[in-house]
Design a protein around this ligand. Structure first.
Ligand SMILES: Nc1ncnc2[nH]cnc12
Ligand SMILES: [Zn+2]
Length: 354
């Protein structure tokens, strides 16, 4: 039996309140939205041989013990992505989940090195993702859905490799200036401290990109500090281990540095062994700008509303706390102030009506 099965279910009116809350997703790897069904379809279309006979067999392999055990499967899965149409379909499928979960704004990570290493042109990656995002932004059915792209460097590779990726991407900047606004850092955290990427982040800062980095997921609080001080990031992705350092907690609270927390990811990757022990509520009560996100939803068992519902149930979050989390998600976004205010007003309107 899962620990969550021993916790009373949420009241139906709270479930529908959570489902309808307008929210922003700020920590989402687009390659982590590749569901096994689409992965199999793309493998067939592109004649990529998979080491699994069925969708069920693949899903059964999603039993992770740590970040690396997940990354091994995640990079292997990404090998089915070959054409612009593949990236488009993956992104369009994620946007359908946004619509279902009332996610009004997303800032998605993409890892070009995962693809360029396999000989895929970086322009193909940009084009497929951007086509789906622009289509959603321009669709009358989406009424105001917005999105940004954050290009992330893989930290298990060298800084030189990150520089080469930046150089390859920069000629595309003008073409995607409405979407590509930031730079991130992800992949295996332990042994790959933020300092390793000091020079390339300094260059990205000069170029005017927003900066974020994964830190304090598996790595120590010292990595959160160097992401802030050396890389000068504006947000920390995960950051849950910050709690081990009281001075860091005071700083994060005082400076309102957002943490993009991913509860179901933390559970699946054994960062916590029980969602009821997750520190999200403690971080929130300590005054940190905490947000809820899904990270790699196809691998971790849930999209945005699944994450909200799981923590609401496990941590018995109140409506006030849940609204605070969604408010934080808009405030922590890289949207222009006017757009932020529009979404915050939409949230206020929703709360008044419910
Ligand atoms: N949770 C995570 N941590 C680090 N790198 C990732 N890449 C995709 N998901 C990740
Ligand atoms: Zn992540």
């Amino acid at each position: 039996m899962n620990a969550i099965d021993t916790i009373p279910p949420l009241a139906a009116d709270l479930v529908s309140f959570i489902e309808g809350l307008p929210k922003a997703e700020l920590h989402l790897h687009i390659e982590g939205t590749l569901e096994p069904e689409l992965l199999f379809a793309l493998a067939q279309r592109n004649r990529v041989k998979l080491p699994y006979a069925t969708v069920e067999e693949l899903r059964a392999a999603y039993a992770f013990t740590d970040l690396q055990s997940f990354l091994d499967l995640y990079y292997a899965g990404a090998a089915v992505l070959q054409t612009e149409q593949d990236f488009y379909e993956m992104t369009a499928a994620y946007i359908a989940h946004c619509r279902a979960d009332n996610v009004r704004h997303v800032e998605i990570f993409f890892d070009p090195q995962t693809h360029t290493e396999r000989g895929i042109d970086i322009a193909v990656v940009f084009a497929g993702i951007a086509r789906a995002l622009r289509e959603a932004q321009n669709s009358p059915d989406e009424h105001g859905f917005s999105s940004f792209m954050i290009m992330s460097f893989l930290r298990h590779l060298s800084e030189e490799d990150a520089f080469a990726t930046l150089e390859a991407a920069l000629p595309l900047r003008e073409q995607y200036k409405d979407l590509w606004i930031g730079i991130g850092l992800d992949s295996a955290e332990r042994g790959n401290p933020p300092e390793k990427f000091a020079k390339v982040f300094a260059r990205c800062r000069e170029l005017g990109f927003y900066l974020v980095a994964h830190a304090g997921e598996e790595g120590p609080p010292a990595y959160v500090i160097s992401a802030l001080d050396v890389l000068q990031v504006q947000r920390i992705d995960h950051g849950v281990r910050s709690e081990e350092d009281p001075d860091l907690m005071t700083r994060l609270s005082k400076e309102r540095i957002p943490l993009t927390v991913c509860p179901l990811s933390n559970l699946k990757l054994c960062v916590v062994d029980d969602l009821a022990k997750h520190n999200l509520a403690r971080l929130l009560h300590a005054g940190l700008a905490v947000t809820i996100n899904s990270d790699d939803p196809a691998y971790f068992g849930g999209y945005m509303n699944d994450n909200y519902l799981a923590v609401a149930q496990s941590l018995r979050l109140s409506r006030t706390e849940l609204v605070k989390l969604t408010r934080n998600s808009f405030e922590a976004s890289f949207l222009p102030e006017k757009e932020k205010q529009r979404l915050l007003q939409e949230l206020d309107g929703y709360c008044m009506a419910h």
